[in-house]
Design a protein around this ligand. Structure first.
Ligand SMILES: *[C@@H]1O[C@H](CO)[C@@H](O)[C@H](O)[C@H]1NC(C)=O
Ligand SMILES: *[C@@H]1O[C@H](CO)[C@@H](O)[C@H](O)[C@H]1NC(C)=O
Ligand SMILES: *[C@@H]1O[C@H](CO)[C@@H](O)[C@H](O)[C@H]1NC(C)=O
Ligand SMILES: *[C@@H]1O[C@H](CO)[C@@H](O)[C@H](O)[C@H]1NC(C)=O
Ligand SMILES: *[C@@H]1O[C@H](CO)[C@@H](O)[C@H](O)[C@H]1NC(C)=O
Length: 436
């Protein structure tokens, strides 16, 4: 009942808004290792992970408008959404965000279609589902790009799934061309797994055939906590690995919360001279405050986890007027306000970057040996070789041991701050089931 009412309201609102005016934004495209607005100015991503429930957050126009307005105040110019319903009407929300100069990065996969590292496949069902999401968002000028996966590889011993990620990339790039869509980048968002650095990022970009390589690489990294610096955070190591990379690289999630309040000092490194020639920005995890304490706003006070009320799931209000979480919201706002690198104009940028070499395998380490032949559509990785048999957290069903149950679809990311969240997540998951 609640859902239907909400959907109806959203539909009416979106009809009303699109009838009046649909905002557009200049498109952004990739050249070399950088993003550029169509006027040639370099684009640095100041993004927010935006997933209010497990459902598509880009349907309810009024909610999007309220959030877009406050994100604009915050200084954001991108959102990242993990799960969408391609059959929904996104016109109102995409217009609301376009009007605020906010671009969308969206994952093509969802709970049932994500590549599962414990039973790995790239099949027609997945292909069709990914293609539908691309179709749904391809025409919006403020669609920045797509991910074929988020943390598909969640453990150091799951690297044999990487060729499947690359096969999905190959087929989605071919699909993009076949439909005549603009060349929005198709990339991958990786868990920060020390043992696989930099092999994973290099493998996905390697080889001489650009029809098979990712167009951008996002790293979900929570290494910089509190008063760290380049050295103590490990960012200098990340920088070393990213130097000379031939495609854009950015933080597709960041925002360690183990030293509260969050001061987001890593932003001054990312957008400062140490990193801004190599990296293209960062997406802060996350918009809504949940039990994991990563939120920048809340829609209302926390209530009992069992409470049944309009807009409330698992004790958290998930619609309404966003109220900044203090002082984290203003801390990020202050950081971003002072960080406006100009970068380089596209007209002055003629990179001569080459794809990285395909890494060789090492025993017990990176398991893909060089530029292996990619799986064809329908191929599966024989169980047993996939280093499967991992715990249930390795499944693609959303029982995620990650910062957010709403945000993620697969397993533990190897980040240290993640441990110990399972209980809260379980509560959240149970909350969803209850609500559904
Ligand atoms: C290019 O467009 C962006 C986004 O609208 C804007 O911020 C920037 O100032 C523009 N650059 C120039 C040189 O006009
Ligand atoms: C395709 O892969 C998905 C995700 O792993 C799986 O759920 C589905 O059963 C597979 N479909 C076929 C026809 O094998
Ligand atoms: C692996 O996935 C296939 C579909 O791709 C499915 O038929 C099979 O039951 C799955 N195996 C396990 C162990 O989950
Ligand atoms: C590049 O990859 C595409 C997709 O796999 C393939 O169709 C094409 O033949 C490849 N080109 C070369 C030169 O190998
Ligand atoms: C992969 O690593 C995880 C965590 O270290 C471990 O639990 C699992 O048994 C490993 N899987 C295999 C097949 O070695």
């Amino acid at each position: 009942m609640f859902c239907k009412t909400l959907a109806a309201a959203g539909l009416l609102a979106s009809l009303a808004i699109t009838a009046v005016h649909a905002a557009t934004a200049p498109t952004i495209s990739v050249s070399g290792s950088k993003f550029f607005y169509s006027n040639g100015t370099q684009y640095y991503m100041k993004g927010i992970a935006y997933q209010l429930t497990e459902a598509d957050p880009l349907i309810d126009t009024e909610q999007c408008q309220r959030d877009a307005d406050l994100m604009s105040t915050l200084g954001a110019n991108a959102i990242r959404v993990y799960h969408v319903d391609p059959s929904g009407d996104h016109d109102g929300c995409m217009s609301a965000f376009a009007g605020a100069g906010i671009y969308l990065l969206v994952d093509l996969d969802t709970f049932t279609t994500a590549i599962d590292p414990t039973n790995t496949s790239w099949n027609q069902t997945q292909y069709n589902a990914f293609a539908k999401v691309m179709d749904a968002f391809a025409s919006y000028t403020n669609t920045l790009g797509f991910f074929v996966g988020n943390e598909v590889i969640a453990l150091a011993n799951q690297s044999l799934a990487a060729p499947y990620v690359k096969a999905a990339t190959r087929d989605m790039k071919a699909y993009r061309s076949s439909k005549g869509y603009r060349d929005f980048p198709i990339g991958y968002s990786a868990a920060d797994i020390a043992e696989l650095r930099p092999m994973l990022q290099n493998y996905l970009a390697c080889g001489t055939n650009s029809s098979e390589t990712i167009d951008m690489f996002g790293l979900n990294a929570y290494e910089w906590c509190g008063n760290n610096d380049m050295e103590t955070s490990g960012y200098d190591t990340l920088n070393t690995y990213a130097e000379g990379y031939n495609i854009p690289i950015f933080f597709s999630e960041t925002g360690c919360n183990t030293v509260p309040p969050r001061t987001f000092e890593d932003q001054s490194a990312i957008f400062g001279s140490a990193m801004n020639d190599i990296w293209s920005g960062a997406i802060i995890y996350e918009w809504i405050e949940e039990t994991n304490n990563y939120g920048l706003i809340s829609y209302g006070p926390t209530v009992a986890a069992t409470a049944v009320a309009s807009g409330v799931q698992a004790g958290i209000s998930r619609t309404g007027t966003p109220t900044p979480v203090s002082p984290d919201f203003t801390n990020l706002q202050s950081q971003w306000a002072t960080l406006n690198p100009t970068g380089v104009a596209s007209s002055a940028y003629s990179p001569s970057l080459t794809a990285p070499a395909c890494p060789s395998s090492t025993s017990g380490g990176w398991l893909v040996d060089g530029n292996v032949k990619l799986p064809s559509l329908g191929q599966t990785l024989a169980t047993g070789t996939s280093t499967a048999a991992v715990s249930s957290t390795g499944s693609a069903t959303g029982s995620a041991a990650t910062p957010s149950a709403t945000g993620k679809k697969s397993s533990a990311n190897g980040g240290k701050e993640i441990a110990g969240m399972s209980a809260g997540l379980l509560a959240v998951m149970l909350g969803f089931m209850y609500w559904l």
